[in-house]
Design a protein around this ligand. Sequence first.
Ligand code: 13P
Ligand code: ZN
Length: 301
Amino acid sequence: MEVISSAQDALAKGAAAIKDTVSGAAVENQPFMKGFVRLCADGWLQGWHERNGGNLTYRMTDDEIKACKPFFNANPDEWVNMGVQADNLRGAYFVTTGSGRYMRNVQLDPAHNVGIVEINEVGDAWRIVWGLTDGGKPTSEFPSHFMNHSVRVDATDGECRVIYHAHPDNVIALTKVMPLDAREITRALWKAMTECIVVFPMGVGVVEWMVPGGADIAHATSELMKTYDAAIWAQHGLFCSGPDFDTTFGLMHTIEKAAKIHGQALMMNGCSGEFLNTIDDDGLRAIAHDFNLTINESFLD
Ligand code: 13P
Ligand code: ZN
């Protein structure tokens, strides 16, 4: 009898392992999941994700939810309240990186480092329906991601799907030496490189230093995301939003590169912001005219 029951146990364990592998592969092979994983790997290669730094969320389409649902956990965990609420995200599904999990490892084992969470019908709690194996939880910045998704969904007529938080060196360094003012920082970035105003015509918001990971910083950031599609967290990093992974990664990359050029030019110039050559405000207006851009006029002199 004992032999039979241990054989049955082994069979059940084997069946569960096969089911996990099939469900893992089925979700991991979806194009949106491949795009998610690629962005994590690219961010790591840029050097923006020391240790567990940074996080990424993606709001799934109805078709993607339908394709993945057969592979969701049969018994999802309890709902977890977020401390924030959004009507326009009731019942949404997000892919999210795990809290304390490393961007560097996402590509090696997506199901361990990334999960899918469902939002409840009140729009104030999540539960894990796939991935984040071995007791994982969504990123500690999930409240900020969630509130940013909410305001960007409204601001873009539902187009925004990606929110990306990274710790890019040069953006963080700028917040050590520049006034924490969206107009001043945006102007420096726009003038660092000609095409910046094309990539972020509304500018970049700035959140003063705050404790990360809670509802307060989530509300402060999402207030700014009503106007901007990117917001700097002083002495911490940058949040970017966009309709897809390429656009969102490109926005992060462009802002960080402009910050690097501005910082390098400052150092070459003996830390004076009076540059011999720059793009003047009429130059910025001319780009806006020729590229047919709606820009943040209040940031021009
Ligand atoms: P998580 O590991 O919880 O995503 O936190 C990383 C981070 O960058 C916090 O701001
Ligand atoms: Zn961070």
